[in-house]
Design a protein around this ligand. Structure first.
Ligand code: PLP
Length: 406
């Protein structure tokens, strides 16, 4: 498919200035809930737990934090913190585009991938353009769909006891006029992958006006092919990337939305004009320029993950075949009870998805965090946890749109 002529740069700072013209449109959306993993993770923990207390394996964070190179880049940037440095922002998108063999017009940087995720759903979904998602999957797009008053069509994962892949055929059939088909690959919370060929087939069959949003937040933990290749071919797909997972920058914030310029132009006027923190831009650049970072951390994660999955399976528990930094663990009882029992020991595990009420998500933490989890898990599981109800939500979260989770 030919690209429309791009008369403005969509990458970096230039695009942000152009999109300021659309400020009125974005202000109309200002009150809509903007949901991230950290909101959802905090809303689901059984009691309010300060981040520096206890063991947090509940939000798919990376305890390794930013790489050494990223830390040095942040420190070196601090003296220039009094300036906006839009050129650095544009330079980051250009570097990523260059590395991926993309036109820079196909990359827009954001402070993390939550914002472009949210905006993409707002841009393409509406009352007669549903959001199609797998179930269970990352819930953030469904919150955006609610804001857009779009129907949400949840399609159970195929082979839930085995590969737990997206059921691409059923997702294609779910609507004749989808706004967005959201594909999280690897999937949060299961850590499982969906074959590239099936995703491509879905994208090729999309009706006019529909897009696939492929969320590759966890792709660095795997060696699977990226859908960025399909963007290059001009297909109806937008790809999300983040520095929050393997790169350990969830608190620093940086991410990309990748797509054909005409698709990006539908998303960018809705928000994202805020200049990016220059420290985060510097850290992201250093991370991209470190050729050892991804393979090294991928290896560390694989080893920790396999050790823990192996341990749980050896004790008779079913675990999803994850290739990521999280997995679902079937605890064979209401997951919230196990979550509450572990929280009493200050071990905070991930939430429960309504579609799989007997499972909890475990994020793979450090060696010592996982050793503490394994010990506590065995202590908690033989006891009868049936009487333990999740505690009510912390008052701060009651004011948020997540209060229904309490
Ligand atoms: N997409 C998925 C699948 C995620 O799990 C997360 C966070 O956990 C995000 C997007 C958003 O991450 P961030 O906004 O930190 O880039």
């Amino acid at each position: 498919m030919p690209f429309p002529p791009a008369n403005t740069s969509l990458s970096g700072g230039l695009s942000r200035r152009n999109f300021l013209r659309a400020a009125a449109a974005s202000s109309a959306l200002a009150g809509l809930p903007f949901v991230t993993e950290s909101h959802l993770a905090h809303a689901a923990i059984p009691k309010f737990a300060p981040s520096d207390q206890g063991i947090h394996i509940d939000a798919n964070e990376n305890p390794m934090g930013p790489s050494e190179g990223a830390r040095q880049a942040i420190a070196a940037m601090i003296p220039r913190g009094g300036r906006y440095l839009f050129d650095k922002e544009a330079g980051l998108s250009e570097l990523f585009a260059h590395q991926q063999g993309l036109d820079p017009e196909m990359v827009v940087a954001y402070a993390g991938s939550s914002e472009p995720l949210h905006l993409t759903v707002l841009a393409f979904c509406s009352a007669n353009r549903p959001l199609v998602v797998a179930d269970p999957t990352y819930e953030a797009p469904t919150w955006a769909a609610q804001a857009a008053q779009a129907p949400i069509l949840k399609v159970p994962l195929a082979d839930p006891k085995g590969a737990a892949t997206h059921d691409m055929k059923a997702m294609r059939m779910a609507s004749k006029t989808p706004g967005v088909i959201y594909i999280c690959n690897p999937n949060n919370p299961t850590g499982t992958t969906t074959p590239f060929a099936e995703i491509e087939e879905t994208i090729d069959q999309l009706p006019e006006g529909s897009v696939a949003l492929v969320d590759e937040a966890y792709i660095h933990f795997t060696e699977m092919p990226s859908c960025i290749g399909l963007v290059k071919q001009g297909k109806n797909v937008l790809v999300l990337r983040t520095f929050s997972k393997l790169y350990g920058m969830a608190g620093i914030r940086m991410g990309f939305l990748v797509g054909r310029p005409d698709l990006l132009q539908k998303v960018t006027p809705l928000g994202g004009q805020n200049p990016l923190p220059i420290t985060a831009v510097a850290a992201a650049k250093a991370s991209l320029l470190d050729p050892e970072l991804v393979p090294t951390r991928r290896k560390i994660m694989a080893s920790l993950r396999e050790e823990n999955i192996g341990f749980l399976r050896s004790h008779g528990y079913a675990v999803t075949p994850s290739v990521s930094n999280c997995f679902m663990l079937n605890v064979r009882r209401p997951g919230g009870q196990v979550q509450a029992a572990l929280a009493k020991k200050e071990i905070y595990i991930g939430r429960v998805w309504p579609a799989w009420p007997d499972s909890v998500r475990i994020t793979v933490g450090t060696d010592s965090e996982m050793a503490a989890f394994r010990k506590a898990f065995l202590e908690v599981m033989p006891t009868d946890t049936a009487g333990l109800e999740p505690a009510p939500l912390h008052p701060r979260l009651r004011r948020t749109p997540f209060s229904h989770l309490s």
